[in-house]
Design a protein around this ligand. Structure first.
Ligand SMILES: *[C@@H]1O[C@H](CO)[C@@H](O)[C@H](O)[C@H]1NC(C)=O
Ligand SMILES: *[C@@H]1O[C@H](CO)[C@@H](O)[C@H](O)[C@H]1NC(C)=O
Length: 349
């Protein structure tokens, strides 16, 4: 569906040393997940300086749009892409300094650019508990991915709001919710408790992974999200179990009134798809392919049909459905929390 499969924004989060115990979040924990701030997904945030009443407040550093700085043309090798890189990297440096940031840079020629070498830069953010940092390759990694470049489209400024500015902003929020607000603002679930829990657990001798790719316990690719009424099918039988977990999270959040949208069908409508219904034809070519070819389990969050604005100049901030973007952020964050098994650290009453 695109000529290049890069560059990517990847968040690698390590789960506990064992992957066998998957416990759904309690209602209390699900309710406690902080929602997005009004500014997070505002395509046109008020950029005027904060009012005098809050002139000395530091809240302006966090209450800024995650999305708006990405709503510019971001073609590899252009100043727009450099600006997007700065936004992503400085978000982590400022808000999530304990994440390890790595660039994976290379150059390549593309059909559109002929003999010119175009610079590409994948941005990889990694967050592991102390024991895993001491023993690289020992923890499975939940890998959340979106591409942050935009397609070259003639005839105007293509900003690719669903493709994939909004998915990248969702990942930024996810990283933030999972590791800043959750662990630091909510005193019940201190990061220390999580780390201690992980440290106390022993991992079996067999649990060391051969290479970083094998370490990917699930590769979640977000693409073309942000239009209203999305329907994301379950594409792969091998990861349908993970799809079902996320669909269940969505269903519970809807039932509890934690989501804003009221679509006729859920965003993830195929929770009950049967094994016999996977015919291998619904596949959408995308950034996950090189990983899938090497055996990584893929959960592809891409709607079918694609948004009507796909690959048109209308794929911009005005055509995003912001409540849908915010609900995706809530669902992906809750799924991530569940995956990281925070339930185990919930204090027993
Ligand atoms: C963030 O900014 C918005 C205006 O853009 C304001 O309505 C909201 O109260 C602010 N939230 C915080 C937590 O400062
Ligand atoms: C890789 O690319 C990024 C983004 O352009 C840049 O900030 C960084 O300095 C580069 N790193 C290296 C080692 O070239």
């Amino acid at each position: 569906m695109r000529l290049a499969t890069l560059p990517l924004l990847s968040l690698l989060l390590s789960a506990g040393p064992t992957t066998n115990a998957y416990t759904p979040l309690s209602d209390t924990l699900l309710r406690a997940i902080p929602g997005p701030l009004p500014a997070d997904f505002d395509p046109h945030p008020d950029t005027s300086p904060p009012s005098s009443s809050s002139s000395s407040s530091s809240s302006t550093t966090t209450n800024t749009s995650l999305l708006a700085p990405l709503l510019i043309p971001r073609v590899p090798g252009t100043p727009g892409q450099a600006a997007a890189q700065t936004h992503l990297a400085s978000f982590f440096a400022r808000t999530l300094p304990e994440w390890e940031l790595r660039w994976h840079n290379f150059t390549s020629r593309t059909p559109a650019t002929g003999d010119r070498d175009v610079p590409f830069a994948n941005l990889v953010l990694r967050r592991e508990p102390p024991w895993a940092r001491r023993r690289p390759g020992s923890a499975g990694l939940l890998t959340l991915v979106a591409h942050y470049d935009s397609k070259m489209l003639s005839g105007g400024e293509f900003v690719g709001a669903t493709d994939s500015a909004a998915p990248c902003a969702i990942l930024l929020l996810d990283g933030e919710e999972a590791f800043v607000k959750w662990t630091e603002e909510d005193s019940c679930y201190g990061s220390r408790a999580l780390a201690a829990d992980w440290e106390a657990a022993t991992y079996p001798a067999m649990s060391t992974f051969k290479n970083p790719l094998r370490q990917i316990s699930l590769f979640v690719l977000l693409d073309l999200l942000g239009a209203a009424n999305p329907e994301v099918p379950s594409y792969f039988q091998s990861t349908h179990w993970a799809y079902k977990k996320m669909a269940a999270v969505e269903g519970r959040m809807r039932a509890m009134g934690l989501l804003e949208t009221k679509p006729a069908k859920p965003f993830l409508p195929q929770e009950h798809k049967m094994a016999t219904q996977f015919d291998g034809r619904g596949f959408v070519g995308d950034d996950h392919e090189p990983f899938m070819a090497r055996g990584a389990p893929i959960l592809h969050l891409i709607p079918s049909p694609f948004p009507s604005v796909w690959h048109t100049l209308d794929d911009d901030g005005e055509h995003l459905d912001i409540p849908t973007v915010r609900d995706w952020a809530r669902i992906v964050t809750a799924f991530t929390m569940e995956w990281l098994d925070v339930q185990k650290t919930e204090p027993q009453r």
